[in-house]
Ligand binder design. Structure first.
Ligand SMILES: C[S@@+](CC[C@H](N)C(=O)[O-])C[C@H]1O[C@@H](n2cnc3c(N)ncnc32)[C@H](O)[C@@H]1O
Length: 271
């Protein structure tokens, strides 16, 4: 692992530690749940347990486990997994018993078995800034695939207009009242692009006010992310011995093409 990626890993861990308490509320309406329904359909069509790499707080994993799918989740961030453990404690035993969790790096950690379906939801690959780390992850995915198994993952499709016109301005991208506490939470964010490196630094700031409008907490977090083009993803997958069988542009299963906002890929080990 390069020094640069080691620094990136430390930054990533601290980023997820900061965002973990906000994550579920911030992403409660993410894509109106379309990605959850998409991965649920895949999982229900597949016999046996399913591995989610980068499961985080279980935004996707938990609804699938509730629907009856046996889920194995893997994630490096203890803070994100702790959110999931807390939610699992409130679930009936039959749901809890369907979930196995492993804390570890998805580039190198073993889940101790293989799977017919592995997926990575919610832009996990964007954390891998360097080619060796992207490849190490895919190699680990391959090691976990049972014969006849398939790997699905999603990354977003960069809107190139944003690269050219990026104003670097803070925007309010989440604004909610918390019913239980009466608190008002606003998340401000901005992206600073480095188009030459296909990277952008995401900065987020959460401001929480009490019912009287007095600021009670302010937290901020920042992380570097990498975006990907279709051509390089196909090359990466080929380098790691995969064959791409499906390339979708939305969670409604439209083929990838003009105007696509997502890249959703199915890959299987090349024969
Ligand atoms: C954007 S979140 C997505 C979480 C979840 N899949 C979802 O859709 O809500 C990315 C997750 O990937 C995890 N992650 C990033 N790099 C990782 C690595 N090298 N090993 C394990 N987990 C990693 C982070 O800790 C985080 O929980």
């Amino acid at each position: 692992m390069s020094d640069e990626q080691s620094r990136a890993d430390l930054e990533l861990d601290s980023f997820y530690r900061l965002i973990a308490p906000y994550y579920d509320a911030d992403y409660a309406d993410y894509l109106n749940g379309a990605d959850i329904r998409f991965y649920q359909r895949l999982a229900e069509a597949q016999a046996g347990p399913v591995l989610e790499m980068g499961c985080g707080t279980g935004r996707v994993l938990l609804p699938l486990a509730r629907a009856g799918v046996e889920m194995h989740g893997m994630d490096a961030s203890l803070a994100m997994l702790e959110q999931l453990y807390d939610k699992l404690r409130a679930e009936p035993a039959e749901v809890r018993n369907r979930v196995v969790l492993t804390q570890g790096d998805i580039r190198s950690t073993s889940a101790g078995r293989q799977f017919l379906l592995i997926f990575a939801a919610g832009n996990v690959l964007h954390s891998f800034l360097e080619r060796p780390d992207q490849r190490a992850w895919l190699a680990n995915v391959r090691r976990h695939l049972e014969a006849g198994g398939a790997f699905w993952f999603d990354v977003f499709q960069m809107d190139y207009r944003r690269l050219l016109s990026s104003p670097d301005e803070w925007i309010v991208d989440t604004d909610r009242k918390e019913a239980a506490s009466g608190h008002h939470v606003r998340r401000f964010s901005r992206c600073r692009h480095e188009p030459e490196w296909q990277r952008f630094r995401v900065e987020m700031r959460w401001v929480t006010e009490d019912a009287a409008g007095k600021i009670i907490t302010e937290n901020s977090a920042s992380v570097m992310q990498r975006w990907f083009t279709r051509g390089e993803l196909e090359n990466l997958l080929e380098l790691e011995g995969f064959q791409v069988t499906d390339y979708l542009g939305s969670f409604a299963a439209d083929p990838f093409g003009k105007g696509s906002t997502e890249q959703i890929i199915r890959a299987v080990p090349r024969q």
